[in-house]
Design a protein around this ligand. Structure first.
Ligand code: GLN
Length: 585
């Protein structure tokens, strides 16, 4: 009763401060219809190192909460000044993930979508660039009532408002907020301050801070050392935040005494200092978190226990999937023509989609990276692709390695090796077919050769006028009409589907008829415009190209249909072409 009354007073206070006035020092815009206490917040920060596994941890925790009947939203704050991830180089930062609404974002949002089995939108992603460009626009519009616009309260106020807007619009029980980077970074310091303010305003029992830290084990010592983690957590505490839960990442399980030390130094009860060593696969993480009791601690701290429903069924389905990942019946090799520079994160969603499709086919997919700049002849392609069961040409831009990709596609088409072209891989398949089947020797995409007369792939009319490179491709989910009696119809089992796009070029409409007459079946089309979205070859075990990115919509328990069919074809190829290694053993 008392707690309830206190909360109401708190709420009244904050709401009065939220009123638009220049009389006081606060700036806490509260969205319309916002109800204090309705949505609870889990805030995940990292310490010691970046890349500590916050994203997988957050997504796994969010999944466990969702499985217990809670309505969960996950969002990420990234401290870089890019407005979105669209202009980031995937070989430096990992893949650019595309949401249905066209938002180009950090790959962690892909992990959230996959683990939560739920679509996200631009409201789940905030970068410093997006935040500041909004603030500067509001300043120009005179919205700050003559005040000097400051980090506190204005920048922090806008962050709180962004999060609460997500809460009110989705009516979520829990919003999980992952703060990119580590505690102590200049880039995220004001976001952490905003979250501290928000937790205070929301009142006790409504926010839960989790710090994901790393326990070092220097080779020279051969034992775990907790000092760096202690200092990282201390830094968070010096910012006014008492973590409720500490998650210790490490290579091997950490000894009890490390947890004890951290508990003493951070005021976090021992049973809330959780050890989460490296797992066999990311899919084992939700199960490990559950076993360690992290989700139970969170629902306890957030006083959500009364709202929970049993999660046995969801857990069993996940476990079954994880088992399949762990013990496949067969192994297949898929070649991906991509620059592999040590950062396979550049192709994260493709690798995930292959895992999902692999599990559905009881197969483990081994990826072989093919550097196509080295492929100069048909013989090179044949040699490179020897022993593989399928080829993927993924999304890409520009001329680098394009001729080698075309040679790989020719090999796959002629040798009846399963081929799956994703976006650029669709366009390259058209170029290959035009050159080698239609006899248009100079066929190309105008992206590579703007002067070519045989411009079988050309810029989309809507793209011609656009300037600059940020956020202006044809982006996001589009409806696709699937042509009846095609392989696509068989794979999707539907005549209308939706997939996500990120491109500037397309199959030049003036060549559609010629392609169709010569054996290419366009089995997926834009419902209104002559934009070709899926191509297939009927007399081939699997030769499919798609103008979109099917990898973005694959989910562990519902693999993307084309990936599933491609892997099935590769398993078949393996069984018939590798007599020494029978398909099942
Ligand atoms: N470069 C091609 C285009 O802009 C393909 C893009 C992609 O593969 N995402 O259309």
């Amino acid at each position: 009763m008392i707690a309830k009354k206190e909360q109401t007073e708190q709420e009244q206070l904050i709401k009065s401060l939220a009123k638009k006035t220049d009389e006081h020092e606060f700036y806490t815009p509260i969205p319309k219809n916002y109800e204090f206490g309705k949505t609870k917040y889990v805030i995940v920060t990292g310490s010691v190192i970046s890349g500590v596994g916050k994203g997988i941890f957050s997504a796994s925790l969010a999944k466990l909460l969702k499985d217990q009947g809670l309505k969960v939203e996950a969002m990420k704050f990234d401290g870089y000044l890019n407005v979105d991830a669209g202009t980031l180089n995937p070989y430096r930062h990992g893949e650019v993930f595309v949401l249905d609404d066209g938002t180009e974002c950090d790959m962690d949002l892909g992990t959230y979508e996959r683990f939560l089995d739920q679509e996200l939108s631009k409201q789940n992603y905030l970068t410093a660039g997006k935040l500041f460009s909004g603030i500067i626009q509001r300043e120009r519009d005179g919205k700050y009532l003559g005040r000097d616009v400051q980090f506190i309260p204005h920048v922090t106020g806008e962050i709180k408002s962004f999060i609460r807007t997500l809460a009110v619009q989705t009516q979520a029980d829990v919003v999980l907020i992952e703060v990119g980077g580590t505690v102590g970074d200049i880039e995220n310091s004001y976001a952490i301050e905003a979250l501290r303010e928000m937790a205070y305003e929301e009142g006790p029992g409504n926010s839960c801070f989790v710090n994901v830290t790393y326990i070092l084990k220097p080779d020279s010592l051969g034992e775990h050392k907790s000092k760096a983690a202690q200092l990282g957590i201390r830094q968070l505490m010096s910012m006014g935040i008492q973590p409720h839960l500490v998650v210790c990442r490490s290579h091997e399980p950490i000894p009890e005494k490390i947890r004890e030390k951290l508990s003493i130094f951070s005021n976090v009860p021992l049973d809330r200092v959780i050890s989460l060593p490296d797992a066999e696969s990311i899919y084992a993480v939700p199960l490990a978190i559950k076993q360690a009791g992290a989700d139970a601690a969170v629902t306890d701290i957030l006083q959500l226990k009364a709202k929970l429903k049993t999660q046995e069924k969801a857990l069993a389905r996940w476990q079954e999937f994880e088992e399949k990942i762990k013990s496949p019946k067969t192994e297949i090799k898929i070649a991906i023509t991509g620059k592999y520079t040590g950062l396979h994160d550049a192709y994260a969603s493709i690798l995930n989609a292959l895992e999902h499709a692999g599990a559905a086919n009881d197969a483990h997919v081994i990826v072989e990276w093919v550097e196509t700049t080295k492929i100069k002849s048909r013989e090179d392609a044949a040699k490179t692709l020897e022993g593989v069961d399928g080829v993927i040409v993924p999304g890409g831009f520009g001329a680098r390695g394009a001729e080698g990709k075309i040679l790989c596609i020719q090999h796959a088409r002629e040798q009846k090796l399963p081929y799956f072209g994703l976006c650029y891989g669709f366009q390259m398949a058209l170029v290959e077919f035009a050159r080698n089947v239609l006899g248009l020797k100079n066929a190309n995409t105008t992206e590579i050769d703007p002067e070519t007369k045989e411009d079988v792939v050309d810029i989309l009319p809507e793209q011609k006028e656009k300037e600059g490179l940020g956020g202006n491709m044809r982006l996001g989910g589009q409806n696709i009409h699937i042509v009846k009696d095609t392989l696509a119809e068989k794979y999707y089992g539907a005549t209308s589907i939706r997939e996500r796009f990120r491109h500037r070029y397309e199959c030049n409409p003036k060549y559609i008829e010629l392609f169709e007459k010569s054996g290419i079946v366009f089995s997926g089309k834009d419902p209104k415009h002559p934009i070709m979205k899926i191509l297939e070859l009927p007399n081939h075990p699997f030769f499919v190209g798609v103008q979109f990115h099917p990898e973005f919509t694959s989910r562990p328990l519902s693999p993307q249909p084309l990936f599933k069919a491609f892997v099935a074809a590769a398993v078949q190829h393996h069984a018939t072409h590798t007599p020494d290694h029978p398909a099942s053993h």
